[in-house]
Design a binder for this molecule. Structure first.
Ligand code: NDP
Length: 498
């Protein structure tokens, strides 16, 4: 299969990774991968169709018996080697991710790649520490519960954090003894294909990991409906999540959904304003706002709103939007033209409902960036019920509103269908914990925003999905309990009297 050569990247495989080999698509299909910085062609990769997904599932099913019965410590050792390998190749992987996604290099080098290695390392260590249990049942019986791997799992990963999300999905699944067929987004497949090369180099048994970039309505749909796939994990929009649930019905496979969000970020009047301004900017502008947990709704106490906004707008206007490969760049382009247009449309939607654009609201006028998918950091004053304060924009776009008291802040925060992440800034400890317990969300940050760690469960409630990534919860979600009963010393009742 072809490789692409792009100095200083070296070469990257462009085939589908099935059964431990890079292969062409069964029907020869190809996908053009373009740079979000200037829309030039980066690579032409193989396009997985339904037939390729079938082949990948067959390879994963063949690999399952040996992988699931391998000593957990040996599975763990391979994941630990993968973490080391990622760190050895950190610069190259960060650059690849930056070129493919548009994330600034300082972020891919400082966050995405180390977090990916850290996640594989965490689950490598977890493999032989995740235990079943013994249940205290009636005298004469021993009851123990094994955590069994589920089988072949399908994973559909989006384009916003492709490398990191690959580790969030694969790490627990592999540690628990499952085999994997992962579909990266066709928009950003390169770092995941490179990961396939590293996996092959390390010596993972063939077929344990299969990577099939393709379109959602073909490859994704086939993976979600495949009768030999026992679980499907999906990260993406709520609308597509529903289609995945529909597709999963045929064999009643397990479903895990990490969907959209509309993160509430509440700043109380006793907050450390400098910290809140800085953290709130990171909450929305990091990765150009393309994060399900982005703090996309700023909810400010009316007493500090003006002082906060003076500083926040000055910071937003000063963010350096530029070529993501430049070390000084703080915000790069959005990841695709289609998505850039979707985000820009929300500026018109905001205005049509009486929203006031306080800064941004357009592409930068720098001619060097004219061919790319750039959007300026955008701050819009909007009512909590406006579409831009209800729907996931998924861009560097934050809506701002004010509140008078804690009850109102909470009502606004909980006033959407989503329930993924939320944050609050206050010096009052009891208020902080009270609000944290009342926000409808899977994750809450106090005097901080958007922290993640492989040990801490990640996921949402309501329209943000169900199931959890990372931590012990993810290991639970990638295993089935098997209850085993042993008659140690029990006299069985004579049910039939003879
Ligand atoms: P989608 O939910 O449509 O796509 C996410 C992934 O699902 C992609 O890999 C996609 O493939 C795949 N997919 C699409 N249709 C199907 C299907 N029928 N069966 C299985 N898989 C499918 O998101 P978009 O990329 O279109 O982005 C739209 C919005 O979704 C964003 O603006 C954002 O609000 C939200 N989103 C949320 C994410 C999160 O982290 N929770 C991540 C990405 C998006 P393909 O790309 O070929 O369509």
């Amino acid at each position: 299969m072809d490789t692409i050569a792009r100095p200083p990247l070296g070469s990257v495989q462009t085939g589908l990774f099935i059964g431990g080999e890079f292969v062409a698509a069964a029907d020869g299909g190809r996908i053009d991968v373009v740079s979000p910085h200037d829309n030039t062609l980066i690579a032409r990769i193989a396009e997985a169709g339904a037939r390729d997904v079938d082949l990948a599932v067959e390879a994963a099913a063949r690999a399952f018996p040996a992988w699931s019965s391998m000593a957990a410590a040996d599975r763990g050792r391979l994941l630990l080697k993968l973490a080391d390998k990622i760190e050895e190749h950190a610069d190259e992987l960060a650059l690849l991710e930056t070129i493919d996604t548009g994330h600034p290099i300082r972020d891919t080098r400082g966050l995405d790649v180390p977090r990916t290695a850290g996640c594989f390392r965490y689950f490598g260590g977890m493999a032989d520490k995740f235990q079943g249990s013994v249940v205290p049942v009636e005298r004469g019986f021993l009851n123990y519960v094994l955590r069994q791997p589920i089988g072949v799992v399908g994973q559909i990963v989006p384009w916003n954090f492709p490398f990191m999300f690959t580790s969030w999905n694969m790490g627990p699944a592999l540690a628990a003894g499952n085999t994997v067929v992962l579909k990266p987004s066709e928009i950003t497949p390169l770092s995941t294909l490179r990961l396939g090369e590293l996996i092959a180099e390390i010596g993972f048994p063939k077929g344990v990991v299969n990577i099939v970039p393709g379109y959602g309505h073909t490859a994704g749909q086939r993976l979600a409906e495949h009768p030999a796939v026992s679980k499907i994990a999906f990260t993406g929009s709520t609308a597509t999540g529903r289609r995945v649930v529909e597709a999963s019905r045929g064999n009643l496979k397990r479903v895990q959904l990490e969907l959209g969000g509309k993160g509430a970020n509440i700043v109380f009047d006793d907050a450390d304003l400098a910290a809140a301004v800085n953290g709130s900017a990171f909450a929305i502008f990091h990765n150009q706002g393309q994060a399900c947990i982005a703090g996309s709704r700023l909810i400010l106490h009316e007493r500090i709103a003006e002082a906060f906004m003076d500083k926040f707008l000055a910071l937003a206007r000063s963010i350096r939007v530029d070529d993501p490969t430049d070390q000084g760049t703080e915000m790069g382009p959005l990841t695709s033209t289609e998505h850039r247009d979707r985000v820009l449309k929300y500026i018109d939607i905001a205005k049509s409902q009486g929203g006031e654009v306080l800064t941004g609201g357009a592409a930068p006028d720098d001619p060097r960036l004219a061919k790319g998918c750039y959007v300026l950091p955008t701050v819009v004053r909007a009512a909590p019920t406006d579409r831009v304060a209800q729907e996931e924009v998924f861009g560097p776009f934050v809506s701002v509103t004010t509140f008078k008291n804690d009850e109102e802040a909470l009502a606004i925060a909980n006033g959407t269908d989503y329930g993924l992440g939320g944050g609050l800034w206050t010096r009052d400890l009891s208020r902080a914990h009270k609000i944290a317990q009342s926000i409808r969300a899977g994750m809450v940050w106090i005097n901080s925003y958007k922290r993640v760690n492989p040990g801490s469960p990640f996921g949402g409630v309501g329209q943000s999905g169900y199931g959890r990534e990372m931590g012990f919860e993810a290991m639970h979600d990638y295993t089935e309990p098997r209850s085993v009963w042993v008659n140690v010393d029990a006299t069985l009742p004579a049910f039939y009297g003879r």
